[in-house]
Design a protein around this ligand. Structure first.
Ligand SMILES: NC(=O)c1ccc[n+]([C@@H]2O[C@H](COP(=O)([O-])OP(=O)(O)OC[C@H]3O[C@@H](n4cnc5c(N)ncnc54)[C@H](O)[C@@H]3O)[C@@H](O)[C@H]2O)c1
Length: 347
């Protein structure tokens, strides 16, 4: 189930049943449960940005608390065997002092509405376990990164940096304390390890009710930017910026238990290298696509370019994709970042 507000249909496997619904629509959620009859539920849908939650706490709570309640009550009503919930280790513990890694026994101190809403759902899960015997696993993710991350939102620094470095655009280092410092400290976990944790949790292989999903290694925003520039092979301006409201200065997870259960995690060096390769290939392909496009085809961000018709592409790396492009409607960030003049100059 996904309302595609930030997700993309093309990331859904063709043979998967897909329900395009808003989790806040209780009747639609109930209908989907009735039709699909899941034995296990992986609840990932969320308003996932700390910055948005600070600006719009009501909207954050509506999706992340009330929407989640629709999933949890339907799970109870349909006797789902297990719910896996994507929570946040990056935000829920609040400030993690230097020299400390937050373990699951560390008391959460949420300092953003996003962290509050995730913590609230953890508590509802505990409540439904006691009331109705609902079995669940809470996975508290660190900062997730990897191929296919969306660079167009306000979260996802790795994807945002990759895109900007490839485009030769400057990047912003949001301050930890003062503009000009190395930026916040984070625990960056590769998406593959998050997937491994989810699969293990869904199949009941994680005995713990709550598990941190991270690496236990700290990286500053500046270190991240430097490694990505090396991997991509392009140097761009790094602009100091003020702190962002709601961001914790330092977040670092104790991920020993994850590694005990699932084995070693992907190192930040390897994960960033693999991510950079993916973004580089996508960047090169997007220029190849542009050279095939007639003027007027969906250009992603350039809403001034009128769109028309349907485009079939067949290149070595993109297999026979057909994309319907509604007239005069650009889907933000759909394919590539370009302008009318850049399309013309590529033809
Ligand atoms: N990315 C991270 O670093 C990170 C860290 C901690 C926790 N998480 C959690 O992991 C999950 C996935 O995050 P992500 O980074 O992939 O974010 P994302 O925004 O890419 O994915 C969220 C998905 O939820 C869908 N969605 C949003 N509102 C919806 C609604 N009302 N109804 C139905 N679908 C809706 C979106 O379309 C999107 O597909 C989220 O629950 C997020 O809070 C992510």
């Amino acid at each position: 189930m996904d309302n595609l507000v930030s997700g993309r249909k093309e990331n859904v496997p063709a043979d998967a049943a897909f329900y395009e619904i808003d989790i806040c629509d209780r009747a639609a959620v109930e209908k989907a449960f009735q039709e699909f009859r899941p034995t296990a539920v992986s609840h990932q849908a969320a308003q996932a940005s700390v910055a948005v939650s600070v600006r719009e706490p009501q909207m954050d709570a509506t999706v992340n608390i009330l929407g989640s309640l629709n999933i949890l009550t339907a799970s109870v009503a349909h006797a789902v065997e297990r719910v896996v919930f994507a929570s946040t280790g990056g935000a829920i513990y609040g400030e993690v002092p230097d020299g400390i890694r937050a373990s699951v026994s560390y008391s959460p101190v949420p300092i953003s509405p996003y962290a509050c809403s995730k913590f609230a759902v953890e508590k509802y899960l505990e409540c439904f376990r006691q009331q109705s015997g609902l079995a669940y696993t809470v996975l508290r993710y660190a900062n997730v990164y990897g191929p296919r991350q969306d660079p167009h939102g306000e979260a996802g620094v790795v994807a945002i940096f990759c895109n900007r470095i490839l485009a030769g655009e400057g990047i912003q280092i949001n301050a930890r304390k003062q503009p000009g410092d190395e930026g916040c400290v984070r625990d960056y976990v590769f998406v593959e390890d998050v997937v491994r944790a989810n699969i293990a949790a869904l199949s009941g292989q994680i005995p713990d009710p709550i598990l941190n999903v991270g690496t236990g290694l700290e990286t500053t925003t500046q270190q991240l930017a430097e490694v990505l520039q090396q991997e991509i092979g392009n140097t761009v301006e790094m602009k100091p910026a003020p702190m962002r409201a709601g961001d914790v200065e330092r977040s670092l997870l104790d991920a020993d238990r994850l590694q005990e259960l699932l084995g070693p995690v992907v190192s930040i060096k390897e994960g960033l290298a693999r991510t950079a390769v993916w973004f580089k290939e996508r960047h090169q392909n997007s220029w190849r696509w542009l050279s095939l496009w007639p003027v007027g085809v969906d250009c992603g961000l350039a809403s001034s370019v009128p769109c028309a018709g349907e485009l079939t592409m067949d290149t070595s790396s993109i297999k026979n994709q057909t994309m319907a492009v509604p007239a005069n409607k650009c889907r933000r960030g759909s394919y590539a970042r370009c302008t009318k003049s850049s399309i013309s100059s590529m033809r």
